[in-house]
Design a protein around this ligand. Sequence first.
Ligand code: ADP
Ligand code: SF4
Length: 692
Amino acid sequence: MSRDPRYDVLFEPVKIGPVTAKNRFYQVPHCTGLGWVRPRMVAALRGMKAEGGWGVVCTEYCSIHPASDDLPHPYASLWDQGDIKAHTLMTDQVHEHGGLAGAELWVGGSSSANLFTNEVAMDVSSMPNAVGIPYQTRAMDKSDIRELRRWHREAALRAKAAGFDIVYVYATHHYLLSHFLSSKTNNRTDEYGGSLENRVRLVRELIEETKDAVGDKCAVAVRFSADEGGEGSGNPIIGEHREMIEMLAELPDLWDININDYHREMGVSRFVKEASLEAYMSYVKSITTKPVVTVGRFTSPDTMISQINRGIVDFIGAARPSIADPFLPKKIEEGRIDEIRECIGCNNCYVGDSKATPLRCTQNPTIGEEWRRGWHPEKIDPKGSDSTVLVIGSGPAGLEATRSLGNRGYNVLLAEADSHLGGRVSRECQLPGLSEWGRVRDYRTNQILKMPNVDIYLENRMTADDVMAMEADHILIATGAKWKANGQGNYNTQPLTEIGPADQVYTPDDIMAGHRQTGPTLIYDDDHYYMASVIAEVLRQKDLPVTLVTPESMVSSWGDMTSEQAQINRRLLEVGVEIITAHALVSYNGTEAQMECKYTGKLKPINVDAVVTVTMRTPDDDLFREIEQKMIENSDKKENYQPKSLTRIGDCEAPAIIAAAVFAGHRYARELDTEVDPDNRMKYDRVFYEDG
Ligand code: ADP
Ligand code: SF4
């Protein structure tokens, strides 16, 4: 296939100071939950991006000195020779595929309490730790500033020694340099405070010194915010930032521009859509001749060329789209647009940083697995036998298993009870704001429909007898799970003794199936992710009075890990949902619900016409158990059919997020007919211990 010539502009080389990017695809710095802690995993992940066609591939935030440490969040570091060696693993792989490698030098300031290194954190003034750790920073004096400049210069030299082509001065995202810039945080009375010129001084010095140190070989990029705030509304408040960028306009070799509100910049698709930073970017290119990059969860090549052709940016910056599809540039280049695995904007990748674990992606089960499992996002081994696989259930687990088994060349029979594919994804993408989640189904369905070795049987609710009659070699059960209606969950470890009548107690499954209440409704959330809040939105769209009750001290507490908690809370307040925290539902009799205070046990009544319980799910594993039983019965009768394997995956094994179901489906397909050590399914990356 050849590419549409309209997209040629995306493949033009762009000069960045002393280096040239081969195209306009720029993987901006993004965290991975790997950092210095897992050097080989992160190097393979970045190398895969370069193989997939990204012209520039950057590190995550990369500490210049032990006085800027963010553990448990796994950052990168450039502190010593060991770090140089570790980064070389990445830069070599990026270069092998013709990409440029960028290092985002980082100083945390009040965001880092240095819990790992025990160094005292420093910032523009003595200020509280920004993430609630009970430590304050030391106010930087002149000698601290001199030291910082030396650290930055030396880290830049180490970056160059490690083979990086682009070195960043990172002056945004509420880290140290942004505190020097902002009049809200900079109260200094010396030459680094007061006037705009003084507040910009340190950033200017660092740009100049980095250029002086490494500018012969490396481009110097500046990451900067286009605005100074404007929470919530989405309308830019540019403030002094335009003037600041004007003052420094021609100094760096590249401007990597984002916005002050990190949660909007990388907002979930429920609240923030593609190319959402455009309004903020309006002026940037008019005040600098240097190349400009920004992000916007770009997955559509038409949006990309529109941004380039209208002069909004020079590079298409991406973090999440490059995680969901490391081969996005190659697919556009080769005219394989319909094969793009589009990011759904769920931010489960961000959980890796939040929880200090290797990232996972809902769309791309291979991310982070390049080194430790040897998984490639676009390549998979051919089948290991001529076996036929019967897959039952076409949710994310069954669909991904079918797609990957089909790619391996197996004959796959996919049976689905519903009249359409997609399972929970098809249901949930109908909920307010979640339409992009349908991409999980669409990407897989598009491929499966083209596979001659995959047969799909819709409206086929399989019984154990049906399954046994098909005599497939392998049986894969991916039948999902159902929400419980009895109040049982994390808080109430047993079903409630009083909860009813049944026609006034609903679950998310009922709401998604179209059941609608008519009066005041209590939503009991002991799940703590998005579901209770979207159900609340559905009911508010019908103008029903809604009270959301949770035993946690905030609504959708897990949403903090995906950076959407504040937006969810705001949305609920905006649409008029009453929120009661730190309370659990303990009974409901059809008119009155009793809630128990989590701290005191005191009961609080509320009169409602209906209750929706969002607590936990029951695995739908009856079919699995029945087949297991039939296999036992058949085992005495040698002539009767026995499958080579019976396996359950996804929610019917253990209900979890969609990403886990996709991963389970992919792993099943990869491992079929291979030798796997069940005790050690992968390699373990461990830190290089290297002195000096
Ligand atoms: P997962 O997240 O694990 O993929 P889902 O709940 O999304 O699970 O999908 C399970 C799918 O399995 C649903 O589409 C459901 O209709 C289907 N299913 C459940 N039981 C059967 C059955 N006995 N025969 C065929 N399909 C089934
Ligand atoms: Fe996109 Fe979700 Fe994957 Fe992150 S986890 S890259 S948001 S699909």
